[in-house]
Design a protein around this ligand. Structure first.
Ligand code: ZN
Length: 290
């Protein structure tokens, strides 16, 4: 059977419509507990592993989400390709609330979260110049266009810490950088997905104009929620179209070899602890626990 495609659902996407559930798994990881159980099943015949990023009932802020445990849990269940969905604010007039965007680049402004599996005995520096999987992103774009969903790829996403939204001055600064969207979660997942050698693609659901527009009231949670629910329906349709397609197409990108030239620590210097902790990621390169 093909490796399941992982889906991480963000705000508003707490379950995957159409998923015929086989089982749920609450995975324990060396980095603690994930946001909740992983739901494993079939989506129109394709194996899928679904995880709600903020936990059941939306209990974790973007800073509190245990991203390392979430990515580890999905990897340990055999996921090779991961599609992540999250709500974003728009920094440019052409990205309208109700539309979908596929992220191509990130600017990382997070400051209080764990965003690497490495350290404490084993050092790795992965390449992150192209932070998402071009192959999976292209499949999403094509599927979105075939469904006539308003969608565009190659946009730049500023990732802020949150949980409060931006001030107007911050919003205008981000806009002046030429960035397209602002959100609170996806760059952290993208970093960890690269270290875990997973393909990673981001569906960003545009919910509001952030705070830069003079004529807007600024962001408030109620209007964000309203547009978000409408967007979630589009994201579900897109996922149901693309997952069966991706599931039967071979993995032709380099995402699965991201650690090949990234492990810097001399093998004899790697501690037993680090070998055991990171076995799932590095055993294939001869660094595994013994
Ligand atoms: Zn890939």
């Amino acid at each position: 059977m093909n490796a399941p495609i992982g889906i991480i659902g963000g705000s508003g996407l707490y379950r995957m419509e159409g998923l015929s559930l086989d089982r749920t798994e609450l995975v324990q990881t060396p980095f603690g507990a994930p946001s909740g159980p992983v739901h494993l099943g079939q989506l129109d015949g394709a194996p899928v592993a679904f995880l709600a990023r903020h936990g059941e009932g939306h209990r974790f802020t973007p800073s509190e989400v245990n991203y390392r445990a979430n990515l580890w849990a999905l990897k340990s269940l055999g996921v090779e390709r991961l599609i992540s969905v999250s709500a974003v604010g728009s920094l440019q007039a052409r990205h309208k609330p109700g539309e979908l965007r596929l992220v191509g680049q990130f600017i990382d402004k997070t400051r209080q979260r764990k965003d690497t599996f490495f350290g404490e005995g084993l050092v790795a520096h992965v390449s992150f110049a192209e932070p998402v999987c071009a192959h999976a992103t292209a499949a999403l774009l094509k599927a979105g266009q075939s469904l006539s969903i308003p969608i565009e790829d190659g946009v730049t996403y500023v990732c802020m810490e949150g949980p409060a939204f931006s001030t107007r001055a911050e919003s205008r600064l981000h806009q002046s950088w030429g960035a397209d969207l602002i959100g609170m979660t996806q760059v952290t997942e993208a970093r960890l997905a690269r270290e875990a050698e997973l393909c990673y693609a981001c569906i960003a659901l545009v919910t509001d104009y952030d705070a830069w527009r003079e004529e807007e009231e600024g962001v408030d949670a109620a209007s964000v929620l309203e547009v978000m629910h409408a967007n979630v329906d589009k994201a579900q349709r897109l996922l149901r179209k693309v997952v069966p397609q991706l599931s039967c197409s071979p993995r032709s990108c380099a995402c699965g070899e991201a650690l090949k030239a990234a492990l810097f620590t001399a093998p004899e210097a790697v501690t037993e602890d680090a070998r055991k902790r990171l076995d799932l990621l590095v055993a294939k390169y001869g660094y595994g626990g013994r």
